[in-house]
Design a protein around this ligand. Structure first.
Ligand code: SME
Length: 161
């Protein structure tokens, strides 16, 4: 397996995603352990894209529980029915929040977070295995380009486990 991630830090965000995608595929190849793959994916995205916070939440009854992440310490548990991660989990759809303060029920794990994208990972039965949560300290930092590439990455992950 590949054990380093290398992207051109001068390139624009889409180009960095393009460079990261095949490297992530190589990183996940042959590994089926959920925690190992979530951990390496969080690290790869953080390193390549330099986001403020990158991590996973996993369903646990009526809550989402914190999984592998890169960044500051975060909320261990999120109630279903409140917040951005819960919305993406329940709707089984990517949610982009340009201004977290304007999202009703947003759960602020870190006061520096200004915008956010959450992408659910579904198995072949359509059940959500995890959500990928990325926070930015800049407002309005995510577009459909982020959604497109992060959904590809989440699909790779969901297929690997
Ligand atoms: N903001 C998220 C909570 C998770 S933290 O951002 C790491 C939410 O509203 O679900």
């Amino acid at each position: 397996m590949a054990n380093t991630i290398s992207v051109d830090q001068q390139a624009n965000r889409e180009e960095r995603y393009r460079q990261l995608l095949p490297q992530l595929e190589a990183l996940l190849a042959g590994e089926t352990n959920l925690i190992a793959n979530l951990a390496n994916t969080a690290a790869a995205i953080k390193e390549a894209m330099d986001f403020f916070w990158v991590g996973f939440y996993l369903p646990a009854g009526d809550q989402l529980v914190l999984g592998p992440f890169q960044g500051s310490v975060a909320c261990s548990r999120l109630p279903l029915g409140k917040g951005v991660c819960s919305r993406a989990y329940l709707d089984k759809k990517t949610v982009i929040v340009p201004d977290v303060d304007a999202f009703p029920g947003h759960i602020a794990c870190n006061s520096a977070a200004r915008s956010e994208i959450v992408v659910p990972g579904l198995n072949q039965q359509g059940e959500v295995l995890f959500v990928l949560d990325i926070d930015s300290d800049k407002p309005d930092d995510f577009t459909s380009t982020d959604a497109t590439y992060l959904e590809k990455m989440v699909a790779l992950l969901a297929a690997a486990i």
